[in-house]
Ligand binder design. Structure first.
Ligand SMILES: [Zn+2]
Length: 360
């Protein structure tokens, strides 16, 4: 004869599982992907390839490789189709100074560490004067999120530039950072192997193709609630004066963003509840024939300019440019608000969110 006790136990266990499941299943809340393309000029984004520079053999070794960016009448769309066809139409794309839209950094340095610190903490830190600043004293919004129970262990960063370990203060913040040539071991194994056996053109920055592969793997495997992806090729090729390579890198980056967005929309964990913010950390000099190669205050006038795109369920498509000039400082509060949290709890002195989010 069967004992009733195990049956009662089984029923109790089933009830326990039913109660326990919603707690441990993937969190249903809003998600965020923040994406950066280092030093990509607003002019390249909104005007497309510069025909004069593209015809200058001092800056272009392979004119045929960039013909498809220079020849079309709609050069912006030829270079960055996803930004213009999807982000600008379904969301917002701020910073087209030819049409009354404006975005700039608020810091007075106009290079990378101060720029990323500003966008990730919500304000400039005048004590950051070098990319070799070392571990960041400031708490980024990524670290703040990672300290909250509902985000703990679900905040990741994948970056081409190795300095992001410092900017995000990986040892203190607990944010999983996969960056630079050494940072691929915890990412996609096949990509990490390819990374080891590829020429290391820049000692502190791997090619963006590796970063993209690690980012896609992180989305598919870990499904973090917040992912930061930082591309770099555009800036290093510009410093080297290779405008053809800058254009190709910008076009590839646009394709990477498109791939990431398509991946998010195909995954129930992300579809319909993920905000994507895409931006740059600084602009490029505007003066003289060579100004575009560099950035930094005060030498390179105009390199405080940036552009900011956003798309997602809470982003209001904005047909007209906002008054005033948006700043990179506003990205932290915008990201936190898009996640349904109060940015003042992060830092009441941070810059306010961009006025692009639907009223809740
Ligand atoms: Zn640079």
């Amino acid at each position: 004869m069967r004992n009733r006790f195990p049956l009662a136990l089984a029923i109790a266990a089933l009830i326990a599982v039913a109660v326990w499941l919603p707690v441990t299943a993937a969190p249903a809340g809003p998600r965020l992907v923040l994406l950066t393309i280092d030093g990509l000029s607003w002019t390249d984004v909104f005007r497309g390839a510069d025909p004069q520079r593209a015809a200058d053999r001092a800056f272009v070794e392979a004119p045929e490789a960039i013909r498809d960016f220079v020849a079309p009448s709609d050069r912006p769309r030829a270079l960055m189709p996803f930004l213009h066809d999807v982000v600008a139409r379904q969301g917002v794309l701020i910073g087209d100074r030819d049409h009354g839209s404006c975005a700039a950094v608020a810091n007075d340095k106009w290079f990378s560490y101060p720029g990323y610190n500003e966008m990730l903490t919500g304000r400039p830190d005048p004590t950051i004067r070098s990319n070799n600043h070392g571990p960041n004293r400031n708490v980024t919004f990524l670290e703040w999120l990672n300290r909250r129970p509902e985000f703990r262990g679900s905040v990741e960063a994948v970056a081409s530039w190795s300095v992001f370990r410092d900017i995000l203060n990986a040892p203190r913040s607990g944010v999983a950072v996969n960056s630079g040539w050494d940072g691929g071991l915890d990412g996609d194994p096949a990509t990490a192997q390819l990374q080891r056996t590829t020429p290391h053109l820049w000692p502190t920055a791997r090619f963006d193709a590796f970063t993209q592969a690690h980012a896609l793997r992180a989305l598919r495997r870990d499904k973090p609630r917040v992912l930061f992806v930082a591309f770099n090729d555009t800036d290093d090729f510009a410093h080297e004066g290779h405008y053809d390579q800058v254009l190709m890198a910008a076009h590839r980056a646009d394709g990477f963003v498109a791939d990431l967005w398509r991946t998010l929309q195909a995954d129930p964990a992300y579809a319909g509840k993920t905000t994507l913010i895409v931006t740059s950390d600084h602009g490029r000099g505007t003066e003289g024939r060579e100004g575009w190669r560099n950035h930094g205050k005060p030498m390179f006038v105009g390199s405080d300019t940036v552009w900011i795109g956003a798309i997602g369920p809470g982003v209001r498509p904005a047909p007209r440019p906002a008054a005033g000039c948006a700043t990179s400082s506003q990205i932290a509060a915008t990201a936190i608000t898009a996640l349904g949290l109060d940015w003042r709890a992060f830092d009441p002195t941070a810059a306010e969110p961009l006025d692009i989010l639907a009223r809740r």
